[in-house]
Design a protein around this ligand. Structure first.
Ligand code: M7G
Length: 300
């Protein structure tokens, strides 16, 4: 794979996929050697080291307004620490483009029957190389030096490491825990057989967050996405203080505590439940569910 440096230099801008003005998160699509590339740029928060210097590092004031004791302007600030996080996906697939593109979103009600009829065939149609990054982590081929904890037990083992979305600060802690076993695709696969794994993940992630950041269990939000983007079981670990962490919303995040509780109360809960999920209108699952709905309407 080309280095991030080379990719940034060779990137030919095509269009904006999405631009969230509140979170200052931008996704753009471009081309490199005839292949799609997605870049994301996200304004970082100021670091403790930068904050005392902000006033004297403020230059090029424009758009200056003053009124009595109030004043405001636009400016450029030179910070000691990097001020932007850059991410690349190259080559990006059609599915990546659809994931990051601005679009209408819908809440789908996935019954067990619809899961078997629509979602499961979709999961099986996915190119296995889509989760190559997961195997690279499990096999120690990528991000090995970033791994926080590794338990190699084939049934109850997992790897804990910083999520791609983490900026490194305690307030916005974001780790991901990846199961060693590869036969749990999503929430739908979970049974009481997996309780030891789930409880181990909870216990270890909480212990490490306390050791490393002094964060107590009640300051952590552990959750599983439904639908996930990657169908190899993993758990998201975020600080509760990161109140608007990406993907903590209802219709996507299921608290690990609730998942464990549900499995203890009813062994086949995740095989019997209707699981609602939010999905973008261009996602293949949304298109497939819409086609199924249209088919029913035509029959009526
Ligand atoms: P998901 O619920 O399948 O997808 O979670 P989504 O949250 O992206 O919709 C996968 C999690 O793994 C996300 O939180 C990603 O940010 C994270 N992630 C994805 N990739 C490709 C990587 C990676 O290469 N390294 C690490 N450390 N995290 C990743």
């Amino acid at each position: 794979m080309s280095s991030i440096d080379t990719i940034l230099q060779e990137f030919r801008f095509e269009r904006v996929l999405s631009h969230d003005t509140r979170t200052k998160l931008l996704f753009v699509l471009g081309q490199i050697n005839g292949e799609n590339c997605i870049l994301s740029f996200e304004k970082s928060q100021y670091t403790d080291e930068d904050i005392p210097q902000l006033a004297c590092q403020t230059h090029g004031l424009t758009d200056i307004t003053q009124n009595d004791i109030y004043g405001w302007a636009s400016a450029r600030i030179t910070t000691v620490n990097p001020d932007t996080r850059v991410k690349i996906i190259y080559p990006a697939t059609d599915l990546h483009i659809r994931k990051y593109e601005q679009q209408a979103r819908f809440l789908i009600q996935e019954t067990p029957e619809l899961f078997k009829m629509i979602t499961w065939p979709y999961i099986q149609s996915l190119d296995p190389s889509r989760i190559q990054w997961v195997y690279n982590i499990l096999e120690g081929k990528s991000e090995a030096e970033r791994v926080i904890y590794r338990d190699t037990d084939p049934k109850t083992g997992f790897v804990i490491l910083p999520d791609m979305k983490w900026d490194g600060s305690k307030e916005s802690l974001y780790w991901v825990v990846i199961a060693a076993r590869d036969d749990i695709y999503s929430l739908r696969s979970l049974t009481p057989d997996h309780l030891d794994l789930l409880k181990n993940i909870r216990q270890r992630a909480c212990q490490l967050a306390e050791e490393k950041f002094g964060l107590k269990q009640k300051q952590l939000r552990l959750f599983v996405h439904y639908q996930p983007s990657y169908y190899h079981f993993h758990v998201h670990v975020t600080a509760v203080s990161f109140a608007d962490a990406p993907g903590v919303v209802a219709g996507q995040a299921h608290l690990l505590d609730t998942v464990i509780d549900n499995l203890q109360l009813m062994a086949d809960y995740y095989q019997r439940a209707t699981l609602p999920f939010v999905v973008g209108e261009r996602h293949p699952l949304c298109i497939a569910y819409q086609a199924q709905e249209d088919g029913i309407e035509r029959q009526e």
